[in-house]
Design a protein around this ligand. Structure first.
Ligand code: F6P
Length: 549
């Protein structure tokens, strides 16, 4: 079978491999000792973000080779193609124009004009709800807004809404429902008053099982609680690229906000899919989020490769994944409000770049998208950081920290920041056995105790990390950070010659899900299914046989 190797793409693979070999015996601490300017040299600032990548195993030679690869991949041209709306999503034959959603200045292209018009409509709706002009079926002001959506129609808006908690205006409480598990909507509706609740049904395709089922449940809840059929329009708004389907579902045509085929679901938080964000923080803050992203887009499009934050993020991950042998990456925001960033990035990176064939459908024999994981610092320090410090697999880490907090509990923010910096320092410097032994000796341990325990205290060190600093977590800096990750994904997709904008891999599970649901409903389990699947289905059918569907 034909396979695509990195050697097909790049003429310097062997050189990069020999540099990787060199870094096996060269430590990050050595690199810092040899170059007192290392932190300043391996640092890029743009759009309110500072990226310090000096604690990664790179030097000028490695960077030169990585930049050579970027040029061989024709990255600058790929960026131009992305931004001008070429059909970079070749398997779905369409552009990926999410940057048009956060244009700076006046709208110029038709896409930007459509976006501006939708944002105006969104602004009008939010003003009407916040001012109390929009009434529920009993004539009350709306107090709770519930976003029903999943994947890209949930993770981005949910993450940003949480991240920008200090900017919440307090006009409406914003909630999110995603899972087909009825427990989620059941738990939430128990706490809400139907007369003061507005549902946003967010689905680009308007055919996603979870979203449609949750929307039906929400509609039933409204009708069961006194809302008449002809009053439902006061409680349901939809965001979709399939306006007709939303209308057919029963949403008033005036309450449907368009989305376009040229926006991928996981890239859509800047569109009307971001409505829950705007409900929480107001339209002007939402626009600042978009502007922050727009500023990062401009940086991505114009900064030289070596001074370009998203490009450097992509090149570093390429280096880690394809030459240094890592297959996961951790994202550790040292900010409680950014706790959902890892979950958001899981979809962004893994749904985009978890691919095994090139843009032309040829199998690749190199690693593509890696596993993204993480949680908010300092919580992870009391959990999985053990593996980060002493496990056998080095994990490249993104630390994200803010210089200033939104609250005024200054000493806690100092501890938070100090811990973030100390973690990257400890991971890099490590601690050898002799140091641990000396410390134990000074504490009065016997030589026997030292021999038994000191090996367990060894921190191998030399563990890579990048630190992203921002002055404060604002809508603009958050927008810039998210856009940087979006473009990192594109950079990697270009380097790997894969399409970052389709997601065929989620289809088979969806299809088989409907088959299994059908087998449960009809109690007709196909005998050619494997016996494990048959057994599991039969157990469920048996356990639920007396329940009316
Ligand atoms: O199942 C994957 C997926 O198609 C994602 O790509 C998308 O973000 C999510 O489902 C939700 O899709 P929709 O917005 O069409 O409901």
């Amino acid at each position: 079978m034909q396979k695509h190797t990195l050697n097909t793409l790049y003429d310097n693979v062997e050189t990069l491999k020999s540099h990787a070999q060199k870094w096996q015996s060269h430590t990050l601490s050595d690199a810092f000792a040899q170059d007192r300017n290392r932190a300043a040299r391996y640092c890029i600032s743009a759009a309110g973000l500072e990226m310090d990548y000096s604690k990664n195993p790179v030097d000028d030679d490695v960077l030169e080779q990585l930049l050579h690869a970027a040029k061989q991949a024709d990255l600058p041209k790929a960026i131009t193609r992305l931004l001008r709306g070429d059909h970079v999503n070749n398997t779905e034959d369409r552009p990926a124009l999410h940057c048009a959603l956060r244009f700076l200045g006046e709208p110029k292209t038709q896409e930007q004009k459509d976006v501006a018009q939708t944002l105006e409509k969104m602004s009008a709706l939010i003003t009407k709800v916040h001012s109390g002009d929009w009434k529920g079926f009993k004539g009350d002001t709306i107090k709770d807004v519930v976003n029903i959506g999943i994947g890209g129609s949930d993770l981005g808006p949910r993450m940003v809404t949480k991240a920008l908690t200090p900017y919440h205006t307090g006009h409406t409480n914003v909630h999110f429902i995603a899972n087909i598990d009825g427990a989620e909507i059941d738990d939430l509706t128990k706490k809400l008053n139907p007369a003061t609740t507005l549902f946003l049904v967010a689905s680009k395709s308007f055919s996603t099982l979870e979203t449609l089922e949750n929307a039906l449940t929400a509609r039933k809840w409204m009708l069961d609680n006194g809302c008449a059929q002809n009053q439902l329009a006061q409680h349901f708004v939809a965001i979709s690229s399939k306006v007709d389907k939303a209308v057919e579902f029963g949403i008033d045509a005036d309450n449907v906000f368009p989305l376009w085929d040229w926006v991928g679901g996981r890239y859509s938080l800047w569109s009307a899919i971001g409505m829950p964000i705007a409900f929480a923080i107001g339209m002007s803050n939402f626009n600042q989020l978009r502007e922050g992203a727009g500023t990062m887009d401009e940086h991505f499009a114009t900064a030289p490769l070596e001074k370009n934050i998203p490009i450097m993020m992509g090149l570093l991950m390429f280096w880690h994944s394809n030459f240094l042998g890592t297959d996961t990456q951790a994202v550790l925001p040292y900010a409680h409000h950014m706790q959902l960033l890892p979950a958001y990035l899981q979809q962004l990176e893994m749904e985009s770049n978890g691919k095994s064939v090139t843009r032309d459908g040829i199998k690749v024999d190199y690693q593509t998208g890696s596993i993204v994981w993480g949680t908010e610092g300092t919580n992870g320090q009391h959990s999985f950081h053990q593996l980060l410090h002493q496990g056998t697999t080095p994990v490249p880490i993104d630390f994200i920290a803010t210089l200033k907090a939104h609250h005024n509990i200054d000493h806690q923010h100092r501890y938070l920041f100090a811990n973030c910096v100390a973690q990257s320092q400890a991971l890099m410097t490590g601690r050898d056995e002799a140091t641990s032994a000396a410390e134990m000796r000074s504490e009065g341990a016997s030589e026997e105790q030292i021999a038994a325990i000191a090996p367990h205290k060894v921190h191998p060190g030399n563990r890579p990390s990048t630190t992203f600093l921002m002055e404060k977590l604002t809508p603009a800096t958050l927008g810039a950070l998210i856009a940087a990750y979006e473009h990192k994904v594109f950079t990697l997709g270009t380097l790997w010659n894969i399409n970052s904008f389709d997601q065929w891999g989620v289809e088979l599970g969806k299809l088989l899900g409907t088959h299994v649901a059908n087998a449960i409903e009809t109690t007709d389990v196909p005998s050619d299914w494997d016996c494990s699947t048959q057994n599991l289905v039969k157990k469920f059918t048996e356990a639920n046989k007396n329940i009316d569907s």
